[in-house]
Design a protein around this ligand. Structure first.
Ligand SMILES: *Cc1c(COP(=O)(O)O)cnc(C)c1O
Length: 383
């Protein structure tokens, strides 16, 4: 299969010989124009028309009431957890199968990541596993959820939509509501993804996006928080601008804040990229369809990770699941040797030394996927 897939990818991307990266950005629209305009305006830093425009565009794209431009996705997650009221020594439920930023952001507050297993198909936090696990370990007292074993508060839950594939987020909302747990969606990989017609990131009280260089759309580095809650939105803006009270000349700060605002220069790039989002997602979904059709003949070796019913994935990174770990290793070896960049799914967070001692549920599904899932070429096709 591997040799055939290599030939297929080279043909698909019209790249007979050169190295093919996993995911590269495409600047095909107003990027240069807007960035030059931002430079000429002299507003290159965190105040500027493009920042405002970007926030409006994010509301349009996602349907959220409010969007706050943030310097990157990791800091957006950190701030979202602060806004959720997470404090030092609280537990925050998340999945072990994620990019390290999710667990890092929890740790910045000295909160404790608590790893709960994912569903096999979506690779996102499993609502059914979470519910039965909470039944066993959690109790709600006076509207606050506690871990009966550790005595710590379980304040928040941060599910992650893996590679842009929407998880069963509506069911997760129900579980979190039942247990009074604040839901923050790590939608970093999911701009342009929907579940049951609603944009990903809008199910949680807060949703977080990333516009890093390898994401579906990029502004070099960038992030955003979306919410329908006006008070949280105001507080997000306040805390991300060093908690400065708006004033024409005076500098007064009323609490400890962060320098987390997205610079106008990046926002200019972000606006131009957002204009292209619909076309990019269409293109990526077609790529996914092509892979699915091609790989159908190798069903006994490998399967393509598809969106579930009701989901519309942006297919940020296309993913394959091998039947055997050994096949995955051989696949990574040969593709990378032949100049087609592929990579395994992240190591599970609980396998990293800095997170290995934190509490966790049974993680059989995550363990299974860790050994078998890889990402293949997923850039927007331009030729
Ligand atoms: C990319 C990513 C982030 C972090 O975003 P940055 O903009 O790179 O800081 C967070 N979570 C997940 C799941 C990501 O893929």
């Amino acid at each position: 299969m591997t040799k055939e897939l290599i030939a297929y990818i080279r043909n698909l991307y019209q790249e007979p010989n050169a190295f093919i990266p996993l995911h590269e950005p495409r600047f095909l629209g107003n990027e240069k124009k807007y960035v030059l305009d931002a430079i000429e305006s002299t507003y290159v830093s965190s105040v500027g028309a493009y920042v405002d425009q970007f926030e409006e565009m994010m509301c349009d794209v996602t349907g959220a009431e409010h969007a706050i431009a943030i310097v990157n996705g990791t800091n957006a997650l950190h701030l979202a957890l602060v806004l959720a009221g997470v404090e030092s020594n609280d537990e925050v439920i998340t999945q072990p199968l994620t990019f390290v930023a999710t667990a890092n952001a929890i740790s910045y507050i000295n909160a404790i990541p608590h790893f709960v297993d994912v569903d096999m198909d979506t690779m996102g936090l499993s609502p059914t596993i979470l519910e039965s696990y909470l039944e066993e370990i959690a109790e709600v007292k006076n509207g606050v959820c506690y871990n009966k074993k550790t005595g710590r508060r379980i304040k928040a839950c941060v599910p992650m939509h893996t590679f842009g594939l929407p998880m069963r987020i509506d069911l997760l909302v129900e579980v979190c509501d039942k247990y009074k747990i604040f839901l923050v969606e790590d939608a970093a990989e999911s701009i342009g993804s929907y579940y049951k017609e609603k944009h990903i990131g809008r199910y949680g009280k807060l949703g977080v996006f990333s516009f890093n260089g390898n994401k579906t759309i990029t502004c070099g580095g960038g992030g955003a928080i979306i919410t329908d809650d006006e008070n949280i939105a105001k507080r997000a803006k306040h805390l991300s601008t060093q908690a400065k009270i708006p004033h024409k000349w005076d500098f007064v700060h009323d609490e400890i804040g962060y320098n987390y605002r997205m610079p106008n220069l990046n926002a200019a790039l972000a606006c131009a990229q957002l204009e292209k989002l619909e076309g990019f997602v269409k293109n990526k979904r077609e790529t996914a369809e092509k892979y699915m059709a091609f790989l159908n003949q190798y069903k006994d070796e490998v399967s393509f990770k598809k969106e579930i019913d009701g989901a519309k994935s942006n297919y940020w990174l296309c993913a394959l699941e091998f039947l055997e770990e050994k096949q995955k290793d051989e696949f990574l070896e040969l593709t990378n040797q032949k100049g087609i960049m592929t990579r395994p799914v992240w190591r599970l967070m609980n396998h990293l030394p800095q997170f290995s001692s934190f509490p966790k549920s049974d993680l059989s599904n995550s363990e299974y996927l860790e050994k078998r899932v890889v990402n293949i070429t997923s850039s927007v096709r331009v030729k």
